[in-house]
Design a protein around this ligand. Structure first.
Ligand code: AVJ
Length: 355
């Protein structure tokens, strides 16, 4: 057994207990007066593939925009990461953007790549693909729920730890939790570590609306995958047609809310337990918070790239997405996440169009 496999198989979640955690969360979330489910349950193998399909949609600008930023700035982004780096990616999914950075680092500077993902099977497929795509790459994957833990392999060559958190995954967390999560990543990265963050920005609600209500209905399928998953894994009897995908921008909090709305009064059974729905009652399945840049010049609609010396923050803004690179000491006040930013007065005036 190679060291690569060893770290993977030490992953904390056996299939049985993963099902158990899903069940516990579902019982709690659907038992509450306002029904909710964590977006992390979207991501089994099928859900991860549906998310990949979302990333290809014409309306879903997030991935494309960020990929564009990483493509055109890969060199600058990795420039001061140091001579020996291990890249840790919570919620890695298919690691699409990451390969660009790994290739930029190259075999001399890259000690290891540590994708961490809750979707065990999908993670294994990603790791296998990466190993063939980049032959020199040491992939040490960990199947884990990064909201609970960020397992790190032994750092045998004293590499600098860079926690790479792109894709606006941070948007899934309410501001307070987002700050705590980033602080935790900062501690995991250690003294000389870095946390590199990619966040989506506030913009014209019509653009946001389209991105979460695509014409092909893939986002709806992705949303309903959590119901399909309950049927598959938790012995539920949910008629997917009896729920509607509903996503909207909520400007007061600056977030997309995604819901599953019951089309009728009904009762569903999950692992022998019954849950009642009124007609129109919803399960909130996701928040996707959008952020402001901390600067006042939010009017820059074109690509603007500011680079400053290590110890400060780098942001790159490309139309509708932003990419921020924050050094660890700065994490106490994360760039995109300070309250004044998240709840900025210029909530509406700071929205800008993608074109
Ligand atoms: C993976 C959380 C960044 O919020 O845009 C895409 C998930 N949900 N379409 C996002 C998602 C609906 C996505 N994140």
């Amino acid at each position: 057994m190679t060291s690569q496999e060893a770290f993977e198989s030490r992953g904390p979640s056996s299939a049985g207990s993963a099902r158990q955690r899903f069940l516990v969360d579902v019982i709690e979330g659907l038992g509450a007066p306002r029904k909710t489910l964590s977006p992390k349950w979207f991501y089994d193998r099928a859900g991860s593939l549906l998310f990949d399909a979302i990333c290809e949609l014409p309306e879903y600008y997030v991935t494309r925009t960020e990929l564009g930023i990483v493509k055109s700035h890969a060199r600058e982004i990795v420039a001061h990461w140091g001579d020996r780096v291990r890249l840790v990616e919570p919620g890695a999914g298919s690691s699409t953007k990451t390969t660009l950075l790994l290739e930029e680092l190259g075999p001399t500077r890259c000690s290891a790549y540590v994708p961490v993902d809750i979707a065990r099977e999908h993670l294994a497929a990603t790791a296998a693909r990466l190993r063939t795509e980049i032959e020199w790459l040491r992939v040490l994957s960990a199947a884990a729920d990064f909201t609970v833990e960020l397992p790190l392999p032994p750092n045998d060559d004293n590499a600098r730890t860079v926690v790479y958190f792109p894709g606006s995954t941070i948007g899934n967390f309410e501001p307070h939790d987002a700050e705590r999560l980033l602080a935790r990543f900062g501690r995991a990265a250690g003294k000389n570590g870095l946390v590199v963050l990619g966040v989506d920005l506030k913009k014209d609600p019509a653009i946001l609306h389209a991105a979460y209500n695509d014409a092909q209905g893939v986002t709806g399928q992705f949303n309903k995958n959590v119901l399909a998953r309950m049927n598959r894994e938790l012995d539920a009897n949910i008629d997917l047609g009896s729920f509607a995908h509903y996503a909207f921008y909520e400007p007061t909090h600056g977030r997309i809310e995604m819901h599953l709305v019951s089309r009728k009064r009904q009762m569903i059974t999950i692992a022998g337990r019954r849950f009642h729905f009124r007609e129109g009652e919803s399960i909130r399945t996701e928040y996707s918070y959008k952020y402001d840049l901390p600067r006042s010049n939010t009017s820059r609609a074109r690509l603007a790239f500011r680079w400053s010396t290590p110890g400060s923050t780098t942001t790159s803004t490309s139309r509708s997405s932003s990419f921020a690179c924050t050094e660890l000491p700065r994490l106490r006040r994360p760039l995109a996440l300070s309250k004044s930013v998240a709840y900025g007065k210029r909530r509406f005036s700071s929205m800008h169009r993608t074109e």
